[in-house]
Write a new protein. Sequence first.
Length: 403
Amino acid sequence: MAAAILVGAVLSFVLAFSFFWQLGDRVVGGEFDVGMPSIGFPSIGLPSLPGFGGDEEAIAAVPAREYPVTPDVSLGHFRDQAYRPVKGIYLSSWAAGHNGILTDQLALVDRTEINAMVIDVKDATGYVTYDANVQLSDELGMEEERIRDIDGLMATLREHDIVPIARIVVFKDPLLAEKHPEWAVQNVNGGVWKDNKGFAYMNPYRREVWDYVLDVAEDAVSHGFREIQWDYVRFPSDGKISETSYPSEYGPKEDAIADFLAYSRKRLEPLGVWVSADVFGLTLYEKNDMGIGQKIEKVARSVDIVSPMIYPSHYYSGHYNLENPNAHPYDVVKLATADATRRMDGTGAIYRPWLQDFSLGGVEYGVEEVKAQIRAVEEQGYNEWILWDPSVKYVEGALRPAS
C-alpha cells in the first residue's frame, strides 16, 4: 500500500512538473533548449492533458528551444576578493618595452616591498603604446609599438606577482586633436586652443572622447591589466585659459570630470577591474576645483581609488605655512594626507598617493626624503603609495626588503 502511494506521488510530481514547464515555456516564448526526454508510463488510467498523450503513450518531449543564458557571476566580487594594497612604481612605455630596464625593475620588485607597476598604455603624446585592437587608433595611426609584446609583458609581470596598472592619459592629447579637431578645446579666436607649450587638449564635454579612451582601457583589460588609472583627467591649466571655448558644455567643469569618471567606472566595473584617478596634490588643499574640474570630493565619489600627486616640489611657498615645501617632504605629505583623510571621508574611495622620487627645484631627493614621505603616509594608517620618477631610477634604500 505504501509503495503504491509513493509511486502515485512520484508520477503526479512528474506530470505536474512537465505540464507547468511546457505551459511556462509557451507563455514566455523565445528560444530555450530544454530538451526534455520522453518519459514512458505504464497503463494505469492517467487522464490526458493538453499537449500530452493519454495513458497508453509516452509523454512527448517538450519542443527544444534555446535561450541565451548569462551566468550570474560578478567579476566585481572576484576583483574585490583579490585586492592587494599597492606599493608601486611608474614605468614609461619605453622602459616597459626595453628588456634591460624592465629586467632591472623586475629585480627591484623581487628584492623589495614593491608589488605593482603603473605602465603607460596611452601617454601625453596621444599614442597608444602597443598594437591595440581599437578601431579609432588603428584607423588614424595613433599607435606606436613601444611595447612590442604586450601579452609577453603581462606574462612576465604575473611570474613576478606584480599588479599591472594601466596609465591612460585622457584629455591631454595633441594627436587626437590633430585627427579630430572638432573634439578638442577650441580657441575663441578660431581653431584649436593650445597651452603655453603648444599642446592641445580634448574637450571633456565630448562623449566621443570618453568612448575612445574607454575603448583603449577595455583593450588594456583584455590583455590582463587589473586597474585603469586615468591621468590628465582635467581641464587645461596652463596658457591663455580665457581664450578657451567648450562646445557641448552642459555644466560646471567639476561635473564634467566627475561624470566622465562615473561613466568609466560603470563601463569597466563589470570587467572586474579597479578604476583610479590621478589628481593634483593641491586639490586636497584648495576648496574649489582649481579651474580644472578636479573637486576632490566629487572625484572620490566617482572612482575606486584616488591618487593625489602630493610631490613637495609642486607646492608653493606659504602652502602649509612652509617657506620652502620642497625642503620638507615629511611635513608636506603628512599635512596633505591629513587633508585627504578629512575630505575623502565617506566617499568610499581608497587613498593611494603619488610620492616624489625625483629631484627638482634645487632640493636633492634621496633615501631619507623618500623614506620620510612613506613614513608620513603610513603613520596615518594608510598602506598604499606609488613612487614617481620619470627617469625610472628608484631609490632602493628607501624601500623595505621583500618579506
